[in-house]
Design a protein around this ligand. Structure first.
Ligand SMILES: [Zn+2]
Ligand SMILES: [Zn+2]
Length: 442
């Protein structure tokens, strides 16, 4: 979107007004491209999504335009005629929030993705679930008379949710939420002078909330029929700061359009929305916490605990290839004698392991669980000082011919000694025959 001048904006709204009752699918009309721009700006029309070669610059009433119109009418609970009837045009020219109603989808992607030119929606970061206290500040040039309505708006959210607490601070730069009045081109998404776009705010955790200074704003408990109630607009935009999207419930404060002279507050739909966001945050956070707790308890031992020690199958006779790699096994249990520094433990080792240094990094240890399938008895294997041992094959359970580019080789499926039935590897038959002839009785 370029910098829309006042005249250009008037002509865009006027050209949409003039389309009332006009044209049907398949025809052409002057002003349709303005309508297309409008619908794409607010998330209803996205030619990237279609195989059709339409675009927002031409004046053709194409399939995509009809679909976008229906989707718009559906959202605003109008008859989904796909035509430019009176109620649709009247809804479109209403003053509204600058954020799109729908997030467009990128062609070819199944998950909702955001088309880059909608700078409003950065990747959806969320405020931390535990954060209840937010600071807000007004820009240095913020008009003092416009402060009280915004204070009241924050208060509405605090009372309505029983969760958020807000404190006003003077430090604009470091506040969580930054409120300012802006005009036309101001570094993010342009305002358009009086009418149409009134305000916008950014999704978490950006914190910027902008009002269009060229609107007629009303600060008091009552508004005149020509002005927009600043408190209502602020309650709406604060919702965006916490990640709420537009609601299709006309009574919700998160409904996208706003009539002059009307005061609105939070309703049940808005509270439900914010609670859903909080619930999602809490679930994600508790999942993370329980994972962290589990890891911590896995990685910390007390003196006297019984632990297992990791040993690695030796790559001696048969070199384990990447594909046929065998996982580690554990021996023990052994008693923890002392903690050494932050990440190591000294263990009580039996005489047979006397050659092994008895202090181990925590990554080599593991809690001794009741049902221990990875555990192998110590007298079953011989461990060297680097905690390696030789794993022996016990049976060949299958064989086949593998076709390489120039030749064929026989491979055998080998069951190893300390493995469960599902853990086997494919090895070259010749190599196995050479080292373990006893496996091949034929
Ligand atoms: Zn909005
Ligand atoms: Zn802005």
């Amino acid at each position: 979107m370029g910098n829309i001048g006042n005249d250009a904006k008037l002509s865009s709204i006027d050209s949409i007004k003039q389309l009332k009752g006009c044209c049907e699918k398949g025809s052409k009309a002057q002003g349709l491209h303005q309508l297309k721009l409008y619908l794409s700006r607010f998330g209803y029309l996205n030619y990237q999504n279609t195989l059709d070669h339409g675009n927002t610059e031409d004046e053709n009433f194409d399939n995509e335009l009809e679909a976008a119109l229906k989707s718009y009418q559906d959202y605003y609970r109008l008859n989904a005629t796909g035509t430019l009837d009176g109620p649709t045009i009247s809804q479109m020219v209403k003053p509204r929030c600058g954020l799109p109603d729908k997030k467009p989808y990128i062609h070819g992607s199944k998950s909702p993705r955001i088309v880059p030119h909608f700078k409003f929606f950065p990747p959806t970061f969320r405020w931390p679930a535990s954060k209840a206290q937010y600071t807000y500040a007004f820009s240095p040039n913020y008009p003092a008379k416009h402060i009280p309505p915004v204070d009241r708006a924050f208060n509405q959210w605090a009372i309505g949710t029983h969760f958020f607490k807000f404190s006003k601070i003077p430090d604009f730069k470091h506040a969580d939420l930054k409120i300012s009045f802006e005009k036309r081109k101001h570094g993010d998404v342009d305002f358009d002078g009086p009418g149409l776009t009134l305000a916008h705010a950014f999704a978490p955790t950006d914190g910027r909330l902008h009002f269009d200074i060229e609107e007629s704003w009303s600060d008091g408990p009552k508004t005149d029929y020509m002005s927009f109630d600043l408190e209502s607009a602020a309650v709406h935009e604060i919702g965006h700061l916490f990640g709420l999207d537009h609601s299709d419930d006309p009574n919700a404060i998160m409904f996208a359009t706003m009539d002059p002279g009307v005061k609105k507050g939070l309703n049940a739909d808005d509270i439900k929305g914010i609670k859903r966001i909080r619930e999602r945050l809490r679930t994600a956070q508790s999942r993370q916490k329980s994972y962290a707790d589990r890891r911590r308890s896995d990685l910390e031992f007390q003196v006297g605990d019984r632990v297992l020690l990791k040993v690695s199958p030796w790559k001696g006779v048969i070199r384990f290839r990447k594909r046929g790699k065998l996982g580690p096994r554990y021996i023990g249990p052994f008693t923890v004698l002392a903690r050494v520094g932050k990440v190591a433990y000294r263990l009580e080792l039996p005489a047979v392991l006397g050659q092994i240094h008895s202090t181990f990094h925590v990554s080599q240890l593991r809690k001794c669980l009741a049902d221990e399938t990875a555990h192998i008895p110590l007298d079953d294997i011989q461990v060297d000082e680097s905690l390696n041992y030789v794993e022996r094959p016990v049976a060949v359970i299958d064989r086949k011919v593998k076709r390489l580019r120039r030749r064929e080789i026989g491979i055998v499926k080998v069951q190893w000694q300390h493995r469960k039935g599902s853990e086997w590897t494919w090895e070259p038959e010749a190599e196995m025959r050479e080292h373990y002839p006893e496996l091949f009785s034929d």
